[in-house]
Ligand binder design. Structure first.
Ligand SMILES: [Zn+2]
Length: 310
């Protein structure tokens, strides 16, 4: 599907980007949580795994993995890039793609208002960042979803950026790596969001036909239409430890099926045991693992027999 009519170029001005400092970002995020001492909140972080309080700096130095229990805290897009790609190798693509309000959708707030708030706090136009980078010297096309941008929801722009990135990678024969972190499709864009599942899946099929590797990294959380489409379509599907992965929420499934769900249901570890994932890779080993997999899979060449039949 061609989305060119409903998406536009909307590059946030440099001035506005500079105005959104990390401090003001922290303040706007904390605005929803009453009576939190901002300074204290910035110095300390509470681990959701062992409930211990740790120095934020110490946790960040440890790749946002709790030094006490190994719990993987969520990463921002910037942190993900910093620990994954070779320094200075990142080149962002399609950053200017943006959407208006195609359905004139309003729930408790109009969609444009929600979008504007998310754009202001993130400094980007939508919930995925796409580009080219090197990982341990190997070039790859990367997509990193931003869970802080409207729950990492997939609307037209997310789908379009992914599809364009995959086609870009196809023409250059670059492997594609997608880091997913999403609540699913974006309800404010209705059916247009759901159509992205098919569009990105079709682009991945073209990549597969050309025998180019696609590695999917499922980060906490990967749910809904993202889990049900490109996040599960990797040549290898790799998750971070403890990531919540699933389609519908636990409560919805329990009410619909009227059954008790097993312990640890919808975690990466549960899915690995049941054959839904290929591996769980701890964050300190992720970069090296991706580089190793790329080098193993780069040996694949276009399937001559199949191409000849067409
Ligand atoms: Zn911990």
């Amino acid at each position: 599907m061609d989305n060119r009519e409903i998406i536009s170029d909307n590059r946030p001005s440099r001035d506005r980007r500079l105005l959104v400092s990390s401090r003001s970002r922290a303040r706007s995020a904390a605005a929803d949580e009453p009576a939190v001492d901002e300074t204290r909140a910035e110095i300390w972080v509470k681990c959701l795994g062992c409930k211990e309080i740790a120095f934020r700096k110490e946790v960040e130095r440890n790749l946002n993995v709790c030094p006490k229990c190994g719990y993987h805290l969520r990463l921002t897009v910037e942190q993900r890039l910093a620990i994954t790609v070779d320094r200075g190798s990142w080149r962002e693509l399609f950053a200017a793609l943006a959407i208006g309000d195609p359905l004139e959708f309003a729930d408790s707030r109009p969609y444009p208002e929600r979008l504007q708030a998310a754009r202001r706090s993130s400094g980007r136009n939508d919930a995925v960042v796409t580009g080219i980078a090197k990982i341990e010297g190997r070039r790859a096309a990367l997509a990193i979803m931003d869970f802080n941008f409207m729950g990492g929801s997939m609307g037209v722009v997310v789908g379009e950026k992914l599809a364009r990135l995959i086609d870009h990678a196809l023409t250059r024969r670059l492997p594609v790596i997608a880091f997913s972190s999403s609540g699913g499709a974006r309800m404010q864009e209705g059916t247009l969001s759901l159509m992205q599942m098919a569009k990105v899946s079709a682009a991945l099929a073209r990549l597969r036909d050309a025998r180019i590797a696609y590695l999917s990294v499922l980060c906490d959380p990967t749910t809904g239409g993202v889990a049900a489409s490109f996040a599960s379509l990797g040549d290898l599907n790799i998750a971070e430890p403890g990531a919540v992965i699933g389609f519908a929420g636990r409560r919805v499934i329990q009410q619909t099926t009227n059954q008790q769900l097993p312990e640890g249901f919808q975690t990466a570890e549960f899915l690995l045991r049941h054959g839904m994932l290929d591996a769980i890779v701890p964050r300190p080993r992720m970069r090296a693992t991706l580089a190793q997999l790329m080098s193993m899979l780069a040996a694949r060449r276009p399937h001559v027999g199949r191409a000849a039949k067409r």
